[in-house]
Design a protein around this ligand. Structure first.
Ligand SMILES: Nc1ncnc2c1ncn2[C@@H]1O[C@H](COP(=O)(O)OP(=O)(O)OP(=O)(O)O)[C@@H](O)[C@H]1O
Ligand SMILES: [Mg+2]
Length: 439
């Protein structure tokens, strides 16, 4: 299964669609399982990633495996054959059911080579970047905020991988990390409060204003700035995410000028903020020397990307992910026609019982066409669709009084401004006039 970017889908987005139980989540889980071996080998020489759980091996099979093929040229962009060869890494993770004889074996040699290449990079440059690797399962929206933080953590670059493949959003860690960096930011810079006060008092002088703004931006922590920027660019009207200590430890955000505790946000707002915040935090940790850590590399898997989102946000989410995190490769699943009709160069697969089918670009299609053509479902209630088509038949057959009765019946059940209803009324009226003339 090739993942975008491919020659005919030159974006970083692969979208999986398909019925309930088609196997979309299974594909994401398999990828997360494979990639966990890269993360563990980055941490330690012989580190073990997640095993394949026995219950996911096909019931009738005695073993199963996941094979992944990764291309990573470390930015060389070379067309030299030897360079291309050394940019490809292929590894297999296999599992045999207990007490059975299996047909699959693991081969983890090349994941070790890929991890070594990163380690070499880090030994020659302590500030080198690492790739973000994260999986956000459906159970991701837990805003677990600690009321007390007992001890201070030190956050190392590799800690950006903590729980990134098994838990999704780690909001507790997000909170602790944010607080710690904010403390350091406040110690080294001017506090927000003093800054606002100075701005109010002397902000009318343009020179002073400019100096103050400059001072403010240089004293801001670049990692926190990245997170704040990601959240406000995703969620219009939201800004100034911060940790507050009074009346008790909590995280607040300004929404259209009003300050709210993040726990007061709606489910959709919480889920988006937590997701974007988590990706941005991990990227910030992985790319310590980049001016804009949001431009860091990575592979991000998101199950049901449209979960909890209003249609307007469903439409935007893919393009916002791609523009906010331009170098991350996203593999997402969805049940929303709006998500796929917004993807310009995305690679869309329909997961079907007999395998994967690549779906042609649905960019610009209306939601009804996507529902009909790609998701194999009716654009409207099947019963109403049948009634409309029956009435049409009656009108065309000239059975005017029967059509009139059925139309009156339908009008009682659907909204009076329904466009099909208006069309039927018009057709019936025309037919009535015509038959009057004939008499
Ligand atoms: N060991 C197994 N052997 C055979 N089939 C299995 C096994 N384990 C799970 N399944 C089936 O595989 C499917 C896996 O579904 P998966 O969770 O990947 O679907 P999905 O496409 O994500 O669906 P949804 O849209 O509902 O989330 C389920 O239908 C399940 O019944
Ligand atoms: Mg699923």
């Amino acid at each position: 299964m090739p993942l975008a970017p491919t020659p005919d889908a030159p974006s970083n987005i692969t979208v999986l669609i398909g019925n309930n139980g088609a196997g979309k989540t299974s594909i994401l889980r398999s990828l997360a399982t494979s990639m966990s071996w890269l993360v563990s080998r980055l941490r330690t020489l012989k580190g073990s990633g997640s095993p394949i759980p026995e219950e996911v091996i096909l019931n009738e099979a005695s073993s199963g495996s996941v094979n992944v093929f990764v291309v990573n040229d470390f930015g060389r962009f070379s067309s030299d054959e030897a360079d291309i060869e050394s940019s490809c890494f292929n590894w297999t993770i296999a599992k045999v059911k207990k007490g059975k004889k299996g047909f699959h074996t693991s081969d983890l040699h090349e994941v070790g080579l890929l991890a070594d290449a990163y380690k070499e990079l880090l030994s020659s440059n302590k500030l080198a970047s690492l790739p973000l690797i994260a999986f956000y399962p459906v159970e991701r929206v837990v805003l677990d905020i600690p009321l007390k933080i007992k001890e201070k953590h030190t956050f190392l670059q590799l800690d950006g991988y903590d729980n990134s493949l098994n838990q999704g959003v780690d909001f507790r860690r997000f909170f602790e990390w944010f607080r710690e960096r904010e403390d350091a930011e406040n110690e080294s810079g001017i506090s927000e409060e003093i800054l606002n006060h100075l701005m109010d008092r002397f902000g009318r002088d343009p020179d002073f204003r400019e100096t103050l703004q400059e001072l403010n931006s240089t004293s801001r922590d670049s990692q926190l700035t990245a997170v704040r920027k990601a959240i406000s660019s995703f969620m219009t009207g939201f800004n100034n995410l911060q940790v507050r200590r009074k009346p008790r430890l909590h995280m607040s955000i300004d929404k259209d000028g009003k300050t709210l505790n993040v726990l007061q946000l709606s489910q959709g707002e919480k889920s988006l903020m937590a997701l974007v915040g988590d990706i941005a935090r991990r990227l910030a940790m992985m790319n310590p020397s980049m001016d804009n850590p949001l431009e860091g590399d990575g592979v991000v898997l998101i199950d049901e990307v449209d979960m909890h989102l209003h249609p307007t946000w469903q439409r935007n989410i893919i393009s916002k992910l791609a523009s906010t995190f331009p170098n991350c490769q996203f593999i997402v699943t969805t049940h929303s026609p709006l998500v796929i009709s917004e993807c310009k160069d995305a690679l869309v697969y329909s997961v079907e019982s007999d395998g994967l089918v690549q779906v042609q670009s649905q960019y610009g299609q209306d939601a009804n066409s996507v529902l009909l053509d790609v998701m194999n479902t009716h654009a409207r209630n099947a019963n109403v669709t049948k009634q409309i088509s029956d009435i049409l038949d009656l009108i065309y057959d000239g059975l005017i009084s029967e059509a009139r009765v059925k139309l009156a019946d339908l009008s009682e059940n659907i909204p009076s401004d329904n466009i099909e209803l208006a069309r039927l009324k018009l057709l019936l009226r025309k037919k009535e006039l015509k038959s009057d003339k004939n008499i």
